[in-house]
Design a protein around this ligand. Structure first.
Ligand SMILES: Cc1cc2nc3c(=O)[nH]c(=O)nc-3n(C[C@H](O)[C@H](O)[C@H](O)COP(=O)(O)OP(=O)(O)OC[C@H]3O[C@@H](n4cnc5c(N)ncnc54)[C@H](O)[C@@H]3O)c2cc1C
Length: 464
């Protein structure tokens, strides 16, 4: 049964069962609680349960189940397609759940689902430790981890899920389970890349690694006019790079970031960024060819705190702007793929839009294809083509069309899979593509065990 926002929910019952606030559209704080990173998503849930702990999550699940309410699950709120919100229905909002405990001796951390990457890095870096997290500090650990997780440390330490030790999870029946290699191992396999399909994860336990606190890292900027030569060089350079080095390139107009000189801002650029996850002295020789190539306009690939690297690009993707993205994976770059990337990036319609390309491989590529639900073990690159504009820009449709055209042009170069975390609201076929047929069937079997009625369906859905 779908309900409308006007439907009277017996909210008193839910309020009595929850410690955290339960918000109706008429309540103060409701609009703030339904705002997510992507300002293009405007949904009006009937009710938002702001959970403060596992008991609130259980109460909300049981409440929704008894009343057959549509349920959305929200943590960091960075899902571009807006599955974290619903029209009508109940949002189970874990963003208030911020507990973090680092064990520096065991080199592990347990973090609740509302934690953002910047918050976890801050606590772990107190001990010079980190796990593989996303490249923007205000992304949630929850959605990112459940989709696999890639970032600056991945070629040294694997995907985020390769560093996941256990999860606590509330099932569609409102039961609390723990999943790890030793306990509910099938569920743990699915949680490592299967998205939010099998339950609501309330906390994550990660393996940590010594990182920094000072790392050799940062971006080098070249004019976009030089992009073809830069990327042909880059291709040869990364082919011989050690696991310690992870690189990313970005084709865009230079944003007004505080560290960029005035005369660079607003200019079309190719940015090649790198992070050396090892001793700074060792990294200097490794990155030397990258620093010496061509005529960079700005070179910020230098020692800096790991947390400074992590927050460096935050201001270029703030909350509330409008975003639309599509993604492909690529094998090692061909001349033709480089040409297509540069040609379409040069034709972007909004100065805020970008095309970012992650280098995969290394430790991430050496984990067995069947070890986790996350499936991007063989790809060389992930491409994210993102149209970005502000609410007052009337050209939104044109910017979306740029992304779609760019995505179509990349198809002849693309690999078989797509990264779950870079999917928008693109339908069942694209979710299948993230896993491939055999793995998708395994996920369906798991879904039938843990969520046969598809109670958790506002997500990258695996249909039971
Ligand atoms: C600016 C930006 C930078 C990014 N950078 C990276 C990156 O470097 N690496 C990378 O891998 N990805 C990256 N991503 C993608 C990101 O991993 C996904 O958007 C992810 O879904 C965000 O998780 P969230 O908790 O913030 O979002 P939410 O919108 O809260 O959650 C997204 C979905 O995940 C599910 N979910 C969330 N929390 C839970 C939970 N506790 N239990 C069960 N299901 C849950 C729900 O289906 C929900 O709809 C980035 C995204 C953005 C917007």
């Amino acid at each position: 049964m779908a309900i409308s926002a006007a439907t009277t929910i017996d909210v008193d019952h839910l309020r009595a069962a929850c410690r955290g606030p339960v918000l109706l559209p008429t309540d103060q704080g409701y609009d703030a609680a339904r705002a997510i990173w992507n300002g293009a998503i405007d949904r009006r849930p009937a009710c938002i349960a702001r959970c403060t702990g596992v008991a609130d999550v259980v109460a909300a699940v049981r409440f929704a189940r008894e009343r057959e309410l549509v349920v959305a699950v929200r943590s960091g709120g960075h899902g571009v397609g807006g599955h974290a919100l619903c029209d009508d229905g109940l949002v189970i909002d874990l963003s208030p759940m911020k507990g973090i405990r680092v064990d520096p001796t065991a080199r592990t951390a347990r973090a609740e689902a509302g934690v953002l990457w910047g918050e976890l890095d801050r606590e772990a870096q107190l001990y010079g430790l980190a796990t593989v997290g996303g490249i923007v500090t205000h992304t949630g650990i929850a959605g990112l981890t459940l989709g696999g997780g890639i970032g600056w440390l991945m070629r040294k330490h694997g995907a985020t899920v390769d560093n996941l030790l256990s999860v606590d999870l509330v099932t569609a029946d409102g039961e609390v389970l723990r999943a790890s290699e030793d306990e509910n191992a099938d569920l743990f396999w699915g949680a490592r890349g299967g998205g939010g399909n099998f339950g609501i994860v309330t906390s994550f336990e990660y393996r940590l690694h010594p990182v920094g606190p000072i790392v050799l890292a940062g971006p080098i900027y070249h004019p976009l006019d030089d992009a073809r030569e830069v990327l042909r060089f880059y291709r040869e350079f990364i082919a011989a790079a050690p696991d310690e080095l992870t690189t990313i390139f970005n084709l865009r107009v230079a944003p007004p970031l505080p560290f960029l000189p005035e005369d660079v801002r607003g200019k079309p650029i190719v940015m090649v960024g790198a992070c050396y996850a090892g001793a700074v002295e060792d990294g200097i020789e490794v990155v030397r060819p990258l620093k010496e190539f061509g005529s960079p306009i700005v070179d910020l690939l230098e020692p800096k705190p790991y947390t400074a690297l992590q927050s460096m690009f935050d201001p270029s993707v703030p909350h509330g702007w409008h975003y639309y993205w599509k993604s492909v994976e690529l094998p090692p770059l061909t001349d033709a793929a480089i040409d297509t990337l540069v040609e379409h990036a040069s034709a972007l319609t909004s100065p805020k839009s970008y095309c970012i390309v992650f280098q995969l491989g290394g430790a991430l590529g050496r984990v067995g294809q069947d070890a986790t639900a996350f499936s991007q073990r063989d790809a060389a690159h992930n491409v994210n083509i993102c149209a970005v504009w502000t609410e007052d820009d009337p050209e939104g449709e044109r910017h979306v069309a740029w992304t779609r055209d760019f995505f179509s042009a990349m198809q002849p170069h693309a690999g078989d899979r797509v990264f779950l975390n870079f999917l928008g609201d693109e339908g069942a076929g694209r979710v299948r593509q993230a896993y491939g047929k055999r793995k998708y069937e395994r996920l369906v079997a798991l879904k039938r065990t843990y969520d046969p009625t598809n109670f958790f369906r506002l997500n990258q859905n695996i249909e039971p």
